[in-house]
Design a protein around this ligand. Structure first.
Ligand code: 26Q
Length: 801
């Protein structure tokens, strides 16, 4: 079906027919959910031929394909992106207007696909969109969780987690089950080595549990280019021929558990058997199908790296090099050296964190129990790595620090680095820290493997979909070319002093703020004025991200206003959104405190509406689409060196927020793009932070005792200022004072307050503010994931379009 020629009238006819056939009803009687399902089915019909053609072409033309292995994908809703990318979003909106259907209601009937925690999962989804949009052959490989990231409710100020049963009653309308591509995955059992008839030593794997991996493909539609790639998500089933092994409901449930839930932690890692099984299950299933489809080309396996790249997104799929070796050796009979060469040249790895508590290490005993054959192979890889370096007279300490298996643990990052040809960080500073610090030993061994790939975002979702008024204002100013080539945003710099343009953009921001204000009123009951500065911090809750620093500043403003209700300040609305990992006690206490401080402040008439605090529950991709375009200030205040990159910082920038930031992650690159005058920077840089580590001289109690402003703010956690949060307040006080303030909030507090005062002053001059805002939009094109993925494709994967 050629969508180029689709008219509104034809679309309306098709839609009515589909609704009739599928739901046996007419438009006025259909619910938003029925309308959504119908629309999704219709556009599936529209794109199916293109999808099939793409799959045929790729299997026929022998192009190299990259496979992006990730335990998380976080696309959010797909309807609008799919319509936009097919080039029919406006047409469908107009058609629905004619049918008197509220398009927005239909959009909202789709459940977010939230198979990810935060940045890492969202980045994986962005890469899928950008691979299709740039036209590179790149497929995703992950898990089809029954339940996505938990739904957050706030009850009495506390976070409550509810299951996210995203498949609901209508399932995932976009996916296609691919029964002919099922593979089996083996776990547990005993392995011993035996000579076969040809005298070759082969493993015998007895008493294994055999699981069936069933793929579901979700189309990834490129922007107006007739390219559709696959995101392949695996589900688990009991193979019919092994049914007798699962006689009880309990036994069956234990199998289904493998793809039941996404682990909701995004930092501290826990060595759970089920998690290891999830990781292996998707890795093994993915690699098996990759090898099978490669062999259909009739080429020799030892050259598979010429046609296939496997990317390891963080260490979660880092068993890949060992599993690939197992398949090449045991299933396809390659010799070790040929298999190892192919493996190293196929694999590449991205690191997303320098926090040592997040680095995956598996207990060797547990690993051996679950994956006995893979364990043997890892021991062999480790053994060869060690003896090879020893032969080359490499320092024994260096060998010990970089080997894979030691002290009863398997170090997954080490396996990913040794078993691949590329290691990258996700922003310039992060990659430098990997080289200098976290992975320095590997950098000494393999300097050529290291490279940087600064993260990016799908600009289309954050402008054309989330910020339609802004997009129109851009069209009116520089024409529509930017919608296809985001670098044209640079043309906006020519209007930095054009009062009329600045005023238009200022008004556009106000419209977005009004939409958010209505949502805030509806969901929290709090009234906020669009004349106030909308100051936003939305991201996972973690100590290193320092939501608490933001809270300290709010308390300071509160004290200032109590002392002097006439204090001259631009009214502020502080907006938070954040999920805490369910087991992360500290993070949950911060949420409770934010909510109780909100209660305190929002109900205090003496503050004359100058200060408001709102916590929006269940922050997810769809809520981000509402919040981001409405922000005046983007809070990116992690302790320097801790935030690998950040990506929300890029989204805020693109929609005209002013970034208030530390010199961390990609904030540094944002500053380099916009210049010092268009960003507000504060706090210690990475060198100052590291100097404290080296000298062991950080002493938070000293700062508390010597600075009365700090003392008053910190004391308000324990002196009854905040009601209903005594134990949480005490906990925070302890963390800051007794436990020496691990993330140096108190040291950065003073410069943070000064930075906030600069924001206040800047906002008072509407024209200056509008100019800074416009410059941010103009320079944001640097952070498109289309360019990031092009760098992966060219530098790491060696793909052709
Ligand atoms: C590991 C083991 C067991 C359970 C969970 C996990 C786990 C899950 C998710 C560990 C880490 C994550 C996610 C990490 C993450 O989102 N990191 C962020 O990645 C972004 C994209 O590169 C960066 O922009 C952020 O700076 C980084 O924090």
């Amino acid at each position: 079906m050629e969508l180029k020629h689709l008219t509104k009238e034809q679309f309306i006819r098709d839609f009515k027919d589909t609704l009739h056939e599928e739901q046996l009803i007419k438009v006025p009687r259909a619910t938003p959910s029925e309308l959504f399902t119908t629309l999704a089915k219709l556009i599936r019909k529209y794109y199916t031929d293109t999808w099939i053609a793409r799959n045929h072409k790729l299997s026929g033309n022998q192009e190299k394909i990259a496979y992006y292995f990730s335990i998380e994908f976080l696309p959010g809703r797909m309807l609008e992106t799919n319509l936009l990318n097919l080039g029919i979003l406006d047409l469908v909106k107009e058609g629905f207007a004619d049918l008197e259907v509220d398009f927005e209601e239909v959009v909202q009937a789709e459940h977010d696909m939230a198979l990810g925690n935060g940045g890492l999962g969202r980045l994986a989804a962005a890469f899928m969109d950008s691979l299709a949009t740039t036209g590179y052959p790149g497929f995703g490989n992950g898990l089809r969780y029954q339940y996505g990231l938990f739904k957050q409710r706030i009850v009495n100020g506390y976070q409550v987690e509810l299951p996210d049963s995203w498949l609901g009653s209508i399932g995932n309308v976009w996916e296609v089950r691919k029964d002919h591509d099922v593979v089996d995955v083996k776990l547990f059992g005993d392995v011993y080595l035996q000579a076969n008839e040809e005298g070759r030593i082969v493993p015998v794997h007895n008493n294994a549990q055999v699981l069936r991996a069933v793929p579901y493909d979700v189309p990834q539609i490129g922007f107006e280019n007739n390219v559709i790639n696959n995101l392949r998500l695996w589900d688990v089933e009991i193979p019919e021929e092994y049914e007798l092994y699962y006689p009880t409901l309990d036994a069956r449930r234990r199998v289904q558990d493998i793809t039941a839930i996404l682990y909701p932690d995004d930092t501290s890692y826990e060595g759970k058997e089920l998690r290891l099984i999830q990781e292996y299950f998707m890795t093994s299933a993915g690699l098996q199908t990759i090898i099978k489809s490669y062999l259909k080309m009739g080429l020799p396996l030892e050259k598979i790296h010429e046609k296939v790249s496997v990317h390891i997104n963080d260490t979660h799929p880092a068993v890949a090099p060992a599993e690939f070796m197992r398949l090449l050796l045991d299933e396809y009979g390659l010799e070790w050296d040929a298999a190892w060469n192919a493996t190293v040249q196929t694999m590449s790895y991205t690191n997303h964190t320098i926090l040592s508590e997040a680095l995956e290490k598996w207990d060797a005993g547990l690993f051996k129990h679950v994956l006995p054959r893979v364990y043997q192979i890892i021991l062999e890889i480790d053994h060869r790595f060690v003896s090879n370096l020893a032969q080359n007279h490499v320092d024994a300490g260096l060998i010990e620090r970089t080997r894979i298996v030691k002290n009863g643990q398997i170090h997954m990052a080490n396996l990913a680095i040794i078993g691949g040809h590329s290691v990258n960080g996700v922003a310039k500073l992060h990659t430098e820290l990997l080289k200098e610090d976290t992975l320095h030993d590997f950098y000494v061994l393999y300097p050529e493997k290291f490279n940087n790939k600064t993260n990016g975002i799908v600009q289309r979702r954050w402008t054309q979909i989330a910020a339609p008024e802004l997009s129109q204002a851009i069209d009116q100013t520089i024409g529509k070319g930017w919608r296809k080539d985001i670098h044209e945003l640079e043309k906006l710099t020519a209007y930095a002093d054009d009062e009329q343009v600045l005023n238009t953009f200022y008004q556009v921001k106000k419209e977005a703020k009004a939409r958010l204000a209505a949502y805030i009123k509806e969901t929290t009951g709090v009234e906020v004025s669009t004349d106030a500065i909308f100051d936003v911090q939305v991201k996972r809750l973690h100590a290193y991200k320092r939501q608490l620093l933001n809270v300290l500043h709010i308390l300071k403003l509160y004290h200032d206003l109590k002392d002097n209700p006439e204090k001259n300040m631009v009214p502020r609305v502080f907006i938070f959104g954040a999920k805490a990992a369910p087991g992360y006690h500290f993070a949950k206490s911060v949420i409770k405190l934010i909510n109780e401080i909100a209660n305190l402040i929002n109900h205090d008439a003496s503050l004359q509406g100058k200060l408001k605090v709102v916590f929006l529950e269940n922050y997810n991709v769809s809520l981000a689409e509402l919040i981001v375009p409405a922000a005046d200030v983007s809070e990116q205040i992690s302790l320097a060196s801790k935030e690998a990159s950040g990506t929300s910082n890029m989204k805020f920038m693109m929609t005209g927020a002013v970034t208030l930031a530390t010199l961390d992650g990609a904030n540094i690159e944002i500053k380099d793009e916009v210049g010092d005058e268009n960003i507000v920077i504060f706090g210690m840089d990475k060198d100052a932070v590291y100097a404290h580590y080296a000298a062991h001289d950080y002493y938070s109690r000293g700062l508390y005792e010597s600075n009365p402003v700090i003392r008053r703010v910190v004391d308000s956690f324990v002196n009854g200022t905040i009601s209903n949060a005594q134990s949480e307040g005490a906990e925070i006080y302890e963390a800051l004072i007794t436990h020496n303030d691990e993330y140096f909030l108190l040291e950065d507090f003073t410069s943070y307050v000064a930075a906030q005062e600069r924001i206040d002053a800047l906002y008072r001059d509407q024209k200056s503010w509008a100019k800074v805002s416009l410059m941010n939009i103009a320079k944001s094109h640097k952070f498109t994931s289309d360019d990031t993925i092009t760098e992966y494709a060219e530098d790491i994967w060696n793909l052709k379009k």
